[in-house]
Write a protein that binds this ligand. Structure first.
Ligand SMILES: *Cc1c(COP(=O)(O)O)cnc(C)c1O
Length: 353
């Protein structure tokens, strides 16, 4: 890769906010000014990370990421609290998950400390891209890619850790519920595969079934396990929960289910609210029989599911203000934006200028 110039980050003289229409944010890329980069040759450790202006990458055509998909992604959000402080949600958990994924893909990874430091530097350098309170968040996207050249199939001789960011909006009222479809013909993950990590190779294989589901009026697919086709796993990029009376259930983690940090947080919040939480094998019938269904993930937060359709049969669920889903959603959002006490110690504050 080309040599990048380390950027001198201007801070004090910048306006408080970038020139963005904060009321019209969606989930489209609006690249923030700076990205973080750090390299590592195989067998060594990542070091000498730095901030550079957001720019195109120069990659060898034989880079492992381009030829063999050797890469991992992460995604987390920085939010601005009412007092102006910027909060990151559980960055260490994302760093740990990236480390586990890197091991699976034969890649080195930054230490959790290096990971969190890189995130903080990236968000601080881009702080005027963090939306005003209530308008959205700065979505932060860390990547590890096999950037070195390879011809014979195998791991790369050099790796690059990158962090870039983009402001994104909150989901609006109209988008606030999902219509899911369960189908038998496509699968997201297979036992022994990479469904349990955020491998870059997991996402494009579902583009086709998802676009077909969208054309039929659904928001996403609720994937069944590939081995038996009996158990619910998750949607394309979020975990799933059911509510039945006082019991909240979600599929137990295995290597075909991504261990969501929102999932884990919702389990803890639900337990603190004295619900009974079950991590179990969830059958299609259990989902059809639920009072409420919801999805969790960094991008969607906690999103109610209005209906699930399976073999032409459509089940509708309770949504709206007076639901368990809404109670959990509100609490998580309040912790993430600093409006509720962070009893769990999940948020990290940035030291702003
Ligand atoms: C990222 C992701 C999730 C959600 O994980 P969070 O840590 O909650 O953002 C769920 N499923 C898949 C397949 C994912 O890629």
């Amino acid at each position: 890769m080309q040599s990048y110039t380390e950027a001198v980050v201007e801070s004090s003289c910048e306006p408080a906010y970038a020139d963005v229409n904060w009321d019209e944010l969606g989930f489209n890329l609006i690249p923030a000014d700076y990205m973080y980069m750090m390299k590592c040759t195989d067998g060594e450790s990542f070091s000498h990370g730095f901030l550079a202006r957001y720019s195109k990458l120069e990659l060898d055509p034989s880079a492992a990421i381009l030829n063999y998909g050797q890469g991992l992604l992460e995604g987390l959000k920085a939010q601005r609290a009412k007092d102006g402080q910027i909060l990151l949600f559980r960055p260490e958990e994302h760093g740990l998950r990236m480390k586990m994924g890197a091991e699976r893909l034969c890649m080195p990874s930054p230490s959790v400390e290096q990971f969190v430091d890189a995130l903080k530097q990236t968000v601080l350098a881009n702080q005027h891209w963090v939306p005003p309170p209530g308008k959205g968040s700065l979505y932060v996207r860390p990547l590890i890619i096999g950037s070195g050249p390879v011809l014979r199939m195998g791991p790369a001789p050099e790796y690059t850790f990158l962090v870039y960011a983009s402001p994104v909006g909150n989901l609006h009222k109209g988008q606030m519920s999902m219509k899911l479809v369960i189908q038998d013909k496509s699968h997201r993950a297979t036992p022994g595969g990479t469904g349990g990590i955020k491998s870059i190779t997991n996402y494009s294989p579902v583009f086709k079934p998802i676009s077909e589901a969208k054309a039929a009026g659904f928001s996403d697919i609720l994937f069944l396990d590939a081995a038996t086709g009996k158990f619910i796993e998750e949607a394309s990029s979020c975990n799933v929960f059911t509510v039945k009376g006082n019991v909240i259930s979600t599929p137990a983690l295995q290597d075909t289910i991504l261990p969501g940090i929102t999932r884990k947080s919702i389990i803890d919040i639900a337990l603190s609210f004295k619900y009974q939480v079950e991590e179990c094998l969830l059958m299609v019938e259990d989902v059809m029989d639920a009072d409420e269904v919801f999805c969790t993930g960094t991008a969607v937060g906690v999103t109610p599911v209005a209906s699930v359709t399976y073999q032409g049969k459509r089940c509708e669920y309770k949504t709206g203000d007076d639901t368990v889903t809404e109670r959990l959603r509100t609490k998580l959002a309040a912790i993430q934006t600093g409006t509720a006490e962070d009893d769990f110690g999940w948020t990290s504050t940035l030291n702003q200028a």
